[in-house]
Design a protein around this ligand. Structure first.
Ligand code: HEC
Length: 147
């Protein structure tokens, strides 16, 4: 009992401390050119750091700013604000199951990489949101994932 309360407090204070930290890369247009994972900050949070690895392995191919794919560019708040407003549950659902946007551009399920687990996809979404202006929603989402 005592232990679980401490675990909860710890998650809360950890999340709070990170939420006040700037990622330093989000701006309306995002970073210039095609964004590679090496240009993105390495988060202190180990779950976000895992998400960064997954992002570099699969999601970067389109979300690095490849205009032909129609994928919202990582670090661009212009591309991400309205999407983040939909809530993390919608974003995660679209990333896991795929969806076709209003301009008939397709987000393939799991970014087309069927070997990714649900957790890996969720962490990649959290990382992408975190560096694209959505620090708080990303951290809130991670805090409520089963430990
Ligand atoms: C083949 C290209 C491609 C790859 C690879 C890809 N995406 Fe996407 N993704 C898209 C496109 C295109 C959209 C935007 C669709 C639209 O709204 O028109 C999108 C949109 C999204 C969205 C926003 C969903 C929404 O509701 O607005 C999320 C979240 C997302 N992708 C997560 C991921 C993650 C996580 C990965 C890696 C595991 C990934 N994507 C890999 C093409 C891709």
């Amino acid at each position: 009992m005592r232990l679980s309360i401490y675990a909860f407090l710890c998650v809360t204070c950890f999340g709070g401390a990170l939420a006040s930290a700037e990622t330093g890369v989000a701006s309306p247009d995002g970073l210039d050119g095609l964004v590679k994972v090496e240009q993105l900050p390495v988060p202190d949070d180990p779950l976000l750091a895992k998400g960064r690895d997954v992002w570099g392995g699969t999601c970067q191919n389109c979300h690095g700013g490849n205009k032909y794919t129609g994928a919202p560019k990582i670090t661009s708040t212009k591309a991400w604000n309205a999407r983040i407003d939909q809530g993390m549950d919608v974003l995660v659902d679209h990333a896991l199951n795929g969806f076709v946007g209003p301009k008939y551009m397709e987000m393939p399920a799991r970014g087309g990489n069927e070997s990714l687990t649900d957790e890996q996809v969720k962490l990649a979404v959290a990382f992408m949101v975190w560096v694209s202006g959505g620090v708080d929603p990303a951290l809130d989402f991670l805090a409520q994932l089963p430990q």
